[in-house]
Design a protein around this ligand. Structure first.
Ligand code: ATP
Length: 900
């Protein structure tokens, strides 16, 4: 179908839709069922069986299986079967972990799934892009990634960048008229918007004509299928570390086997014990547990409204040293209310809060009628005309009070909504405005221009440009002013007066908007903004409050304690920015405020010199953000940067942690980001950083636990062989320990809560190794101690009855398990076991209790005793075991406590 050739009514007919009402919900559902979801096919996923079998591909596991097979053939059936079962269970555990990690990653993807705004049953509704069907009428705006192939039916300054489809990076100006021609290339179909392309400017409406694999993008989708592997730097580091650890474990195990054989032990038993030891000592589960810990942390972040788009960001979060935050909506509530109006030397106050259009106009404290001042009225009317927002009035029956409750909801930009409400408070109605003016053209607001303009026609057919925007920008484009209801030239005296009014409003932390106009002469060009937004006549100012978010002050303080600097970036006036930054205690004494103009003049090198002293950037354009990120990074900072618009994307991408707004953010900003704030709130960034730090600490915790346990296991065997003793542990016991003790508690450590002072330490250096801050020493010293106490318990028992090797082995087995299970609590703190309440992490308590129960079953249940080479223990033996097992943790912890 050549959609570009059709007239709009033909498109309406062919797609079976209705231009004013869209599809009905029922029809949309039917089409969705019939034609399928609006999605591009993804590559094949590995099957569950493949993932399961993958768990057994490890070389040492294969050796173990081979050894088991041999022992089976030699008649050691019970041993062989038990080892098989344990290996199988290990595989199941690995499989479950991997699947869980995968599932949570998939869930994550879904959370950041794209949405679009479509017309259904006459209402504009937001839906998941995957639910869009042919015939849906869809709204598109600057910053959107187009979600299907669309035939445009209206376009206002609409430009779309189609490089993903055509390779052409210059945005295409879109039109709505049909294009005649036979084989028009995709790049020349200017009345179409294609899936996957990006709106860089303007807005429009269109009809969806193709979805999913039927779109132009779908036709080339096989070219795009890339399976992005999500590996974090830490995971990569651990992978390398894993190789070293495997080599070390293999060498030590070989040593154990060789010494054992020299000491006269049976070769076969030694090899089986050696291979089991190697399987136990190789931390093959580490990468999977790291993924699970990351995934669990990511889920906790989601609960706190932070959606991680790229897993590596979780780690980087913990290193953040600077947060550059937008002001409006992130630090403040973005609930704008006009409280002051200035015109011709007079200031009016407006009462009322929120979007409820109820409030009075006060002049010098006295209530006045708006009609008494023509310029004031003109200002309010123009503020409403040059506007895209509207206030939706909803009357609801209150079930309890049986009274009608009216709610007012903003549809559109809060800054513009505030102007609408101010006009409504003056009794200016839509009907009245529509009966006097028609809007013929619109130049939407852009942060770079800081202005918006509409061209309107009055009843006499006269055209006007009405422009609103940042007061300094409007002033510099104005030549005249309406003063005392008369037009006069904007002299320097008047200019000073206006500037003083701006300063007065801004220093009360008000966002200021100026309004101006210009009659358009016959034949004058109104094609471009520069034709229109000049020689304006200044009318006045509206000042609006945007209260800070309540929780933000505390979050900023907490960040400061955590060694993280908060920087405010805003398009607002310098004085407004300064006032709010002071309120939020972002700006310390002596801290600098830099404005966009100065920033433009500085090179990145110049900025580097002063960047550490600057806390507020005001009147900046999104383009400036990249410079700020670069200068901060050059000074060695790890930068988190927020943004929402198309122009913010480069800075978001360049930042170490790019953060996009979930509510106000555009698709383009979201795609560039690694973190999305689903509530747009600064406090969420802080929560995410805290979680990021915690996740890293948790990973350190279980690395510490697993490796210390492994060191203990190897050393007890090695020392015994060196001392010419019998084997302290048999193969099956070692494998049991690997499965039970190393598995559950390590995972529970991944769920640990943050230690009290995670936000009181400075940020971690990104170059810090996994074993930094004394971790290597802790692992070796604790591992060494665990090995020694196990050996001592073994020797003491063996000494008491040299003929009962099984008893001594049981004691060694239980001592090793108990020493590890006590040690796990030590791993929760950077300081010592006495630093934290051991019952705080309920999962860990549960994991430890289940491990103990499983151990008791193995030791006391007769059928299992035979399999695991164990025997029942007496009270005295338990005393010895518990005494020995607590030494590594309690003694070393106590020693640290005393040292303090
Ligand atoms: P922040 O960085 O704090 O989020 P911002 O980036 O939203 O602020 P901009 O939206 O770029 O700031 O606004 C800059 C200035 O442009 C505002 O101070 C205001 O004077 C003016 N302005 C904002 N919105 C509009 C609008 N819709 N129409 C006209 N002027 C506007």
């Amino acid at each position: 179908m050549k959609w570009y050739e059709l007239e709009i009514n033909e498109v309406e007919r062919s797609t079976g839709t209705h231009m004013e009402k869209g599809l009905t919900k029922k029809e949309a559902e039917k089409r969705l069922k019939q034609y399928g979801e609006n999605k591009l096919d993804e590559g094949d996923k590995p099957s569950a069986l493949f993932v399961f079998l993958n768990q057994f591909k490890d070389f040492m596991v294969l050796v173990l299986l081979a050894a088991t097979l041999i022992s089976g053939l030699l008649g050691e059936y019970i041993d062989a079967i038990t080892i098989m079962v344990i290996v199988l269970l290990n595989g199941v555990l690995g499989f479950v972990q991997e699947r869980k990690a995968e599932k949570s990653l998939a869930a994550l993807k879904e959370l950041s799934a794209p949405q679009m705004v479509v017309l259904r049953d006459g209402q504009w509704v937001k839906i998941l892009s995957s639910e869009a069907v042919v015939g849906d009428i869809v709204k598109i705006a600057s910053g959107d990634r187009i979600g299907a192939d669309v035939r445009l039916i209206s376009a206002s300054g609409l430009k779309i960048e189609e490089s993903s489809l055509t390779g052409e990076s210059v945005p295409v100006q879109k039109v709505v008229d049909s294009i005649k021609g036979d084989a028009i290339e995709v790049g020349d179909q200017e009345n179409m918007a294609f899936m996957g392309t990006m709106v860089t400017q303007g807005n429009g409406v269109g009809v969806i004509v193709a979805t999913g694999m039927k779109t132009e993008m779908g036709k080339i989708a096989h070219l795009l299928q890339s399976t992005e592997t999500l590996v974090t730097p830490l995971q990569r580091k651990l992978e390398q570390l894993g190789k070293i650890l495997i080599a070390a474990a293999l060498m030590l195990t070989a040593l154990v086997v060789i010494i054992g054989v020299i000491q006269g032990h049976d070769v076969y038993t030694m090899i089986l014990a050696g291979v089991s030891l190697a399987v136990a000592a190789i931390p093959e589960g580490l990468p999977a547990i790291v993924t699970v810990a990351l995934a669990l942390g990511v889920q906790r972040m989601i609960k706190r409204k932070a959606i991680v788009r790229r897993l590596p960001a979780v780690e980087t979060l913990g290193c953040a040293s600077v947060i550059c935050s937008d002001k409006t909506g992130t630090l403040t509530q973005n609930k704008m209310t006009v409280t002051h109006v200035w015109s011709g030397g007079k200031t009016w106050n407006i009462t009322g809060t929120g979007y409820e259009p109820v409030g009075d106009f006060l002049y010098q404290g006295k209530k006045v009628k708006v009609e008494s001042n023509r310029t004031l009225q003109q200002l309010l009317v123009y503020g409403k005309l040059c506007n895209h927002a509207s206030i939706k009035v909803n009357k609801e029956k209150d079930g309890v009070l049986k009274k009608a409750k009216t709610t007012y909801k903003l549809d559109g930009d809060p800054t513009e909504g505030a102007l609408v409400v101010a006009a409504m408070k003056a009794g200016i109605s839509d009907e009245e405005i529509q009966s006097h003016f028609t809007v013929v053209k619109e130049f939407p607001f852009e942060s770079t221009r800081k202005m918006m303009t509409v061209i309107v026609k009055d009843k006499k057919g006269q055209l006007f440009a009405i422009t609103k925007g940042a007061p300094d920008v409007i002033l510099s484009n104005s030549t005249d002013i309406v003063y005392s209801e008369k037009m006069e030239p904007l002299t320097s005296r008047r200019l000073d007066e206006v500037n003083e009014a701006i300063t007065t409003l801004a220093s009360q932390a008000l966002r200021t908007i100026a309004i101006a106009y210009r009659p358009i002469k016959a034949g004058e060009s109104i094609e471009q903004t520069i034709d229109v937004e000049r020689n304006l006549t200044f009318i006045g100012l509206e000042g609006m409050i945007d209260p800070p978010r309540e929780e933000v002050r505390d979050s900023i303080r907490e960040c400061r304690q955590a060694g993280i600097k908060t920087i405010m970036i805003t398009g607002d006036h310098v004085i407004t920015a300064k006032a709010i930054a002071t309120q939020l205690s972002i700006l310390p004494k002596g801290g600098k405020v830099l404005d966009g103009q100065t920033l433009s003049r500085l090179s990145v090198k110049d900025l580097e010199e002063i960047v550490d002293d600057v806390y507020v950037y005001a009147r900046v354009s999104p383009e400036h953000k990249l410079k700020i990120v670069k200068a901060l990074q050059a000074k060695g900072h790890i930068v988190a940067m927020t943004g929402d618009g198309v122009n913010d994307a480069p800075a978001i991408k360049a930042a170490n942690i790019g953060i996009a707004m979930g509510i106000t953010g555009t698709d383009v900003a979201k795609e560039a980001s690694s973190l999305i704030l689903s509530d747009d709130n600064f406090a969420t960034i802080k929560a995410a950083i805290k979680e990021g730090r915690n996740i890293y600490e948790n990973i350190r915790k279980f690395i510490r636990y697993m490796l210390a346990s492994n060191v203990g296991e190897i050393l007890v065997m090695l020392f015994a062989m060196m001392l010419g003793l019998p084997l302290p542990l048999v193969a099956i016991q070692i494998l049991w320990i690997n499965l039970v003790t190393d598995g559950l508690p390590a995972m529970a450590l991944g769920m640990d809560k943050a230690e009290g002072d995670v936000m009181k330490r400075p940020p971690r250096s990104p170059n810090e190794g996994v074993f930094a801050r004394g971790l290597a020493w802790k692992i070796i010293s604790r591992g060494f101690m665990i090995g020694i106490v196990t050996l001592v318990a073994f020797m003491v028992t063996l000494n008491a009855d040299p003929n009962d090797l099984m008893k001594a082995q049981t004691v060694a087995f239980v001592t090793l398990v108990m020493a590890q299970l006590i040690h796990v609590f030590d791993c929760r703190s950077e300081y010592s076991v006495f630093h934290r309440n051991p019952f705080e992490n309920i999962y860990l308590v549960f994991a430890v209790i289940s491990s103990i129960l499983l151990m008791l079953v193995v030791v006391y249940y007769p059928p299992l005793q035979g399999i695991f080479h164990t025997t029942s223990l007496t009270g005295r033996e338990w005393l010895l075991i518990l005494g020995m097992a607590s030494i590594p943790t309690v003694a070393l912890g106590g020693f640290r406590l005393l040292k303090k």
